[in-house]
Design a protein around this ligand. Structure first.
Ligand code: HEM
Length: 157
C-alpha cells in the first residue's frame, strides 16, 4: 500500500468522525443533559416534583413505599438517561418500558393533570433559579406533557 493511499484513508477517517459529531447542538454546548448542568439539575427537578407529590391527595396514595426517596431517584435517573446523561437507570432497572410499569396504577386524565401540575411547579422553579434557559424549558415541557399523555391507561374516574 502506498503512503499516499494511507494519507487518503486517514483523511477519510477524519472526515467521517467530523460528520458524525456534526449536530449543531453539540458544537453550541453539548446535549441537553450537559447544557443544564447534569445530575445536579435532574436531582433538583425531581426533588421539587416529589415535594408536590408528597402533598397530593390523588398521587400520594398510588406510591407503595412510605419513603418517596427511591421513587424520586428512579425518575431522576430515567430523565438523566433520556436527556443524554449516563445510563444508570438502565443498569439498575433494565429497559424502561414505562407504559407497562405504570399499568398497576390508575392513570386517568385527573392523575395526569395532577402529575403535570407538580412537574410544572418543578420546571418553573428551575427557570426562576436560572438553571433552565427558555429554549430548553420549552423542549423539556413538550416532552413531559407528551409522555404524561402516553401514560394514560384509563378514562374512568
Ligand atoms: C401521568 C401521570 C403519572 C403518574 C400518576 C405516575 C405515577 C407513577 C407511580 C405511582 C410510580 C411508582 C413509583 C415507583 O415505585 O417508582 C411511577 C414510577 C415511575 N414513573 Fe411515573 N407516573 C406518571 C407519569 C410519568 C411520566 C410522564 C414519566 C416519564 C417522563 C414517568 C416516569 C416514571 C419512572 C421512570 C418510574 C419508575 C419506573 C421503575 O423503574 O420502576 N411517570 N410513576
Amino acid at each position: 500500500m502506498s503512503s499516499n493511499h494511507d494519507e487518503f484513508e486517514d483523511a477519510n477517517r477524519v472526515e467521517t468522525v467530523r460528520i458524525r459529531r456534526a449536530p449543531a447542538a453539540e458544537f453550541v454546548g453539548g446535549n441537553f443533559y450537559q447544557r443544564v448542568g447534569g445530575r445536579e439539575f435532574f436531582k433538583a427537578l425531581t426533588d421539587k416534583f416529589y415535594e408536590g407529590v408528597a402533598q397530593d391527595e390523588v398521587l400520594r396514595p398510588m406510591y407503595p413505599e412510605e419513603d418517596l426517596g427511591p421513587a424520586a431517584e428512579r425518575l431522576q435517573l430515567f430523565l438523566e438517561q433520556y436527556w443524554g446523561g449516563p445510563s444508570d437507570y438502565q443498569e439498575l432497572r433494565g429497559h424502561p418500558r414505562l407504559k407497562m410499569r405504570h399499568m398497576p396504577f390508575k392513570i386517568n386524565p385527573k392523575a395526569r393533570e395532577h402529575w403535570l401540575r407538580h412537574m410544572r411547579a418543578a420546571v418553573d422553579s428551575m427557570v426562576s433559579s436560572g438553571k433552565l434557559p427558555p429554549a430548553d424549558e420549552a423542549e423539556l415541557w413538550a416532552y413531559l406533557d407528551r409522555a404524561a399523555t402516553a401514560m394514560l391507561n384509563t378514562f374512568e374516574d
